[in-house]
Design a protein around this ligand. Structure first.
Ligand code: FES
Length: 227
């Protein structure tokens, strides 16, 4: 019985792929490959006016510091609007770059609030909102283990799809530098991650070492004959 059903399903799929694309039903529409005329990041995509009301309603279910958790219902809504499948431009519309500012004590002492203010005012959004062009959203994270290079942000980059996804740290950041990074991302560039302080190498001291400059002394040896 199972073998007969499986054979029948394979036959249906074979027949579906022999049909011209326009006449295939949704259940067999497995041909929307990335970078095809039907599915590429340059195709414009917007939520309809009616669905924008639903977007607001969905976001209202989440606390102000966890709005990004709405990503799955928003993608579901985009899929419904798009006729049952998600195009890459619809995915991108839900947000390409998610910027996370570390708000834990070492980063806060080193100016993370100023970093976040610079980001929010430059992008014209509140925390956990998405910019009108759908490119950026800004959130907060707790310590990301880079305190020695505080303050820092993380950029979750969805611009190249799931296979090209990156999650990079930008450290020793300043309000001016964070705006420069955002603008570089907007231009499609990949600004170098890691420390943004030209006087540091990775997590090394600014301006180079000030201690342990020479060869370490060997441990003292006891003169056993003198005992
Ligand atoms: S406090 Fe920001 S990385 Fe640790």
């Amino acid at each position: 019985m199972l073998r007969r059903l499986a054979a029948q399903r394979i036959l249906e799929l074979r027949q579906a792929f022999r049909q011209p694309q326009a006449s295939r039903s949704f259940s067999t529409a497995l041909n929307y490959h990335l970078d095809s005329p039907d599915n590429n990041p340059d195709l414009p995509w917007e939520f309809s006016g009616k669905n924008m009301e639903k977007v607001k309603e969905i976001l209202s279910h989440y606390p102000s510091n966890y709005k990004q958790s709405a990503v799955i219902p928003l993608l579901d809504l985009a899929q419904q609007q798009h006729g049952g499948w998600l195009s890459v431009s619809a995915m991108n519309h839900v947000g390409k770059y998610h910027l996370l500012v570390c708000g834990t004590t070492p980063c806060m002492i080193r100016g993370s609030r100023e970093i976040e203010s610079a980001l929010l005012s430059h992008l014209g959004v509140k925390r956990n909102e998405v910019t009108k062009d759908g490119l950026f959203s800004v959130g907060e994270m707790e310590c990301m283990g880079s305190c020695v290079n505080a303050p820092m942000i993380t950029v979750a980059d969805y611009s190249s799809g799931s296979e090209g996804y990156t999650y990079n740290y930008y450290e020793d950041i300043t309000p001016k530098r964070v705006v420069e990074i955002v603008e570089a991302l907007r231009r499609g560039e990949k600004p170098p991650h890691g420390t943004q302080n030209a006087n540091r190498i990775n997590s090394g001291p600014e301006g180079g070492n000030t201690t342990l400059l020479g060869e370490p002394k060997p441990p003292p040896c006891r003169d056993l004959d003198a005992c």
